[in-house]
Structure formats: structure tokens, C-alpha cells
Design a protein around this ligand. Structure first.
Ligand SMILES: C[S@@+](CC[C@H](N)C(=O)[O-])C[C@H]1O[C@@H](n2cnc3c(N)ncnc32)[C@H](O)[C@@H]1O
Length: 297
């Protein structure tokens, strides 16, 4: 879902000048060091547009002054949080990658449930959840899998992102009616309620199962996240340098319980392996299962 463009420009400021290569490199390094997101030269217009938009809002016309202010203690940290929202891509959809969702419901969940028994609850993580559609999709899919099983199993989902504005929208769980058709018809009645303004909201029963937190994927393995049965990370790694993706995945793998599954987007990483994880699913998906027992190398 796209972020709204705010127009709170202080008057009288001239627009920032074109950005030279030296300045571009400085901003790329800052963004990469703090979020891990890498901006190749062909994405320069995206970075410059986001930066200039935020600088207009805050009344800055000079990149260097703005840069210095961002590094300036608590005030800089608050402004950094706002800027990150302008420099990250938030596009998302409900039920964005059906083959991965089928894998969860039809293949992984029944085997996981048989392996762990009826008492254990299921905990999932949506990494880079943007405005919440992915997390609520997982809630709908787990809800369906539990109903297929005919059980009352408890489930919970933690959903994380670096963008505070995206997380606020996610917590509100309120979406325009144009997004309704993304949700398969059989799931709608149990999952959403229509509002008087014609838009819709995720029903409380599912909303209560999802908790949102501002967590940088770079620090996810150090965040106070519980051990998990399902980690869903799609359309996030692609913004990180290829050589960095493996170490991020190693961090996520450490959070998986035995029989847990890590689901990525197809093609988002190549050649990554982990001693406790094995590939599962077909060619349309990219998923790894945590082995029940530690295997020795
Ligand atoms: C393109 S959206 C993908 C949303 C969702 N996963 C999906 O596939 O529909 C990418 C999200 O990753 C978030 N993101 C970018 N860098 C991040 C980081 N270092 N830690 C956590 N989230 C990050 C962005 O804020 C954005 O909301």
C-alpha cells in the first residue's frame, strides 16, 4: 500500500539542488549502515525523490545540513524514523504469493501439527510486514489450517517493519474496499467486516492474534522475539545486498523451532544453505524446514 505524501512544507525554502555522485554515495552508505537496504546507481532517482520530499516537508534545502541533523542525537533519531518511511518501498497485497500460502496450509501445517501434538500453539513472524496485509493473510491462512484440522489450537503472529507510519496503518487494520478482491471469497466472511464508509476492517478475532513491532531486520536475531514455528519473509531481502542476505537468513534460522518453516520469495536468495534446515516445497516456492534434531556437520 502506498504511503500518503504529506504536504507540510515550510514556505520560503528553495528546492534541494541535483545530487552529485559524492553526495549520493554518502547517503547510500548511511542508509545501508542503518537499515541494510542497498541503493544501486540505477535506483538513485528513487532515493533522491524520497529524500527531497522529506526535506521539503522539514524545510531543508541543503543535503549536508540535513545529513548532519540526522546524526544529531535524539532529535536526529526521530527525524531518521520519518525519513526511512520515505526511502523504503511499501508495496504489498493480501494473499500476495498463493503458492507459498498453499504450502503453509496444505503441506507444512498438517505435518507440523502431527509432529508437535495438539497442545502446542503456533507462532509466526511476518518480516517487513509493511501496512499489515501479509500478517493478516497469515492469520487467515492459519485460521483456515486450524479449522481444516478441526482443532481449537491457539495461534499468534508477530509482524515487524522499520517504518513506524506503515506499522500504524497495519495496527488500524482498516483497508480501502479496492483491496477486498485480493482476499479469496471463501475467507472474506470469516475475516473482514464492512464499514459504513464502504471500506473494510479485519475482524477483531483475527486482529487480536497479530502484534506489530518496530524491528530492524538487521537486528532481528537480537530482538526479544520468541522461538517461532513459521517465519515469512518476502519482498524484503531483495532490498539488501546479495552478500548480506545469507547472514540475515542465518539470524532468522536461529529463531525457528524444530519442525518450523522459513518461507522466502522465490529467487530472493540463491545458494544459501543452513545445517539445520532442508528445502521443502516445489519450484514455485522457496521454503526451508527446521530439522527436528540437531544434525552434526
Ligand atoms: C515491499 S514491502 C514488502 C511487504 C510484504 N513483506 C510483502 O511481501 O507484501 C518491504 C517492507 O520491508 C520494510 N523494510 C525495509 N528495510 C527493512 C529493515 N531493515 N528491517 C525491517 N523492515 C524493513 C519496508 O519498510 C517495507 O515495508
Amino acid at each position: 500500500m502506498g504511503m500518503a505524501v504529506k504536504s507540510t512544507s515550510r514556505g520560503g525554502q528553495s528546492a534541494p539542488p541535483p545530487m552529485d555522485d559524492l553526495e549520493f554515495t554518502r547517503w547510500v552508505r548511511l542508509l545501508e549502515a542503518r537499515t541494510g537496504v542497498t541503493v544501486p546507481p540505477e535506483r538513485k532517482p528513487f532515493l533522491v525523490t524520497g529524500l527531497r520530499r522529506r526535506m521539503r516537508e522539514t524545510g531543508h534545502s541543503d543535503y549536508a545540513t540535513y545529513y548532519e541533523e540526522l546524526l544529531d542525537g535524539a532529535r536526529g533519531a526521530v527525524e531518521w524514523a520519518a525519513l526511512v518511511d520515505h526511502l523504503t518501498v511499501h508495496e504489498t497485497h493480501f494473499f500476495r504469493h498463493p503458492p507459498s500460502l498453499e504450502l503453509i496450509r496444505k503441506e507444512w501445517y498438517p505435518k507440523w501439527a502431527a509432529a508437535v501434538g495438539v497442545e502446542q500453539s503456533v507462532h509466526a513472524l511476518s518480516v517487513g510486514c509493511s501496512t499489515g496485509e501479509e500478517a493478516y493473510t497469515l492469520a487467515m491462512v492459519l485460521d483456515a489450517a486450524i479449522s481444516d484440522e478441526g482443532s481449537q489450537r491457539h495461534f499468534g503472529i508477530t509482524a515487524t517493519d522499520v517504518s513506524q507510519p506503515a506499522l500504524s496503518m497495519a495496527r488500524a487494520a482498516h483497508y480501502p474496499v479496492s483491496r477486498l478482491e485480493e482476499i479469496p471469497a471463501p475467507r472474506r466472511a470469516r475475516s473482514v467486516e464492512m464499514l459504513e464508509d464502504g471500506n473494510f476492517r479485519i475482524v477483531d478475532r483475527l486482529r487480536k492474534r497479530v502484534g506489530f513491532a518496530c524491528v530492524n531486520l538487521l537486528h532481528a536475531s537480537r530482538a526479544p522475539l520468541r522461538q517461532l514455528d513459521l517465519i515469512y519473509c518476502q519482498n524484503v531481502l531483495i532490498y539488501f545486498a546479495r552478500e548480506r542476505r545469507g547472514e540475515l537468513l542465518d539470524g532468522l534460522a536461529r529463531l525457528l523451532r524444530p519442525h518450523g518453516m522459513l518461507v522466502l520469495g522465490p529467487g530472493e536468495v540463491t545458494g544459501w544453505t543452513h545445517p539445520q534446515l532442508v528445502r521443502i516445497g516445489g519450484r514455485q516456492t522457496l521454503a526451508f524446514l527446521r530439522q527436528p534434531k540437531e544434525t552434526r556437520a
